[in-house]
Design a protein around this ligand. Structure first.
Ligand SMILES: Cc1ncc(COP(=O)(O)O)c(C=O)c1O
Length: 388
């Protein structure tokens, strides 16, 4: 829990700056009115630079970021895209919107894509892989990069929760060909709604930039309304007010991540003495964003009791165990493309993930130490364990 906790005068000032300079809300053009103020372009520049990426493209949401990245890969009808069974529905939706077919695979003890499951899911129709860093913990990227590289399949990272996190010093989102981020209101940094794509390859950036803007080539030799076109596209452009808020939030990103990490450490210190709880695994070298603290309990019943007990104490949980239906493919029978891919039997298609997720509890982590104290969390969880 995240950027929204620290929204303040910096965001206000950035937005005011747009209005002080002509109030141009569109990300490009209107040069005579705007005094050289381009908030979205500036956000892309600082974001790409700090991530160590070749380029970055701001868009309207994390879902849009996935959709545009898949367009840059030129996913064709029937192409398969391998994704983890535990993610937000958006990952699967973006694949389906692209005309592709999501192929969901089991997760491992990091609660992210199991590299072995990925290796066995790759087939002749696999056109891309999307690794997701759920709740800010890195997936096993070394193994995933290796598998994708050996198979010659492009890797995208859905780093919706991974903004500001890294593995072995390399930022999440920059391990594959493209990385996508969400800036929705629940994310580590927020623009209300918004997202970003980072690129390892300048050509992908060019294609994505045009596609997210109705196919505009942004040809400097002609005015915008006479612009040249190389592809079709859509409108996923970020607007200047979002860019302005994003700049203020981005300046706070390291502090937000550090704040969440501090809360995580203090909370686990309070819980770790309780018998029967196991902290979620992370790959060695992880610098997780610690959006949530996830622990495993002995069984699903205990996980539920922990939630009830935390709610009664005035706190709560995040995604696990209560909102797993939005985040676990076993519950996505409303997506016919996905259900058909798994021959209609989604409910028990991922037994290892199902068993593990049912035992897990995720606690939201504050960037500023608000909410239930670590001691109060311990008392609530201890009470739940006792009556189980
Ligand atoms: C893993 C994952 N991918 C994509 C998204 C979509 O992001 P947005 O809400 O900005 O569209 C989310 C949102 O929660 C997410 O958790």
């Amino acid at each position: 829990m995240p950027g929204f906790e620290v929204i303040g005068s910096e965001e206000f000032e950035q937005v005011a700056d747009v209005f002080r300079n002509g109030g141009v809300l569109f990300r490009q053009g209107f040069d005579s009115l705007r005094n050289g103020v381009f908030k979205v372009a500036e956000l892309e520049r600082v974001f790409a630079e700090s991530m160590g990426a070749v380029d970055a493209l701001a868009v309207t949401s994390g879902t849009a970021a996935l959709r545009v990245a898949l367009a840059a890969l030129n996913i064709e009808p029937g192409d398969e895209v391998v994704i983890p069974a535990f993610t937000f529905v958006a990952t699967a939706e973006a694949v389906i919107e692209s005309g592709g077919v999501p192929v969901c695979v089991e997760i491992d003890d990091t609660l992210n894509m199991d590299p072995m499951a990925l290796a066995s899911a790759i087939g002749p129709r696999t056109a891309a892989v999307i690794a997701v860093h759920m709740l800010g913990t890195p997936a096993r990227l070394h193994e995933i990069v290796h598998i994708c590289g050996a198979a010659g399949i492009p890797l995208l990272e859905d780093a919706a929760w991974g903004c500001g996190g890294s593995l072995d010093g390399r930022m999440l989102g920059t391990w594959g060909r493209m990385g996508t981020f969400s800036f929705d209101f629940a994310k580590t940094m927020t623009t209300g709604e918004g997202g970003m794509i980072v690129f390892a390859d300048g050509r992908d950036a060019e294609v994505a930039r045009a596609w997210h803007d109705h196919g505009h080539d942004s040809n400097a030799a002609v005015p915008r309304w006479e612009d040249t076109r190389s592809s079709s596209g859509f409108n996923y452009r970020m607007m200047e007010l979002q860019g302005a808020v994003g700049l203020a939030q981005f300046a706070k990103l390291d502090d937000i991540v550090q704040g969440q990490r501090t809360s995580h450490e203090a909370t686990w210190q309070a819980l770790s003495g309780l018998e029967g709880l196991t902290l979620r695994s992370e790959p060695a070298g992880s610098h997780a964003t610690c959006d949530a603290l996830v622990f495993e309990t002995p069984d699903a019943q205990t996980a539920r009791k922990c939630r009830d007990s935390l709610l009664a104490a005035g706190g709560g949980t995040k995604i696990l165990p209560e909102a797993v239906t939005w985040h676990f493919a076993a519950h996505w029978d409303h997506m016919p493309t996905l259900a058909a891919q798994h021959r209609g039997g989604l409910r028990h298609a991922f037994p290892a993930s199902e068993a593990r997720l049912a035992r897990c509890v995720a606690l939201p982590m504050s960037a500023v130490g608000s909410g239930l104290s670590p001691d109060a969390i311990r008392v609530a969880v201890e009470g739940a364990m006792r009556i189980s």
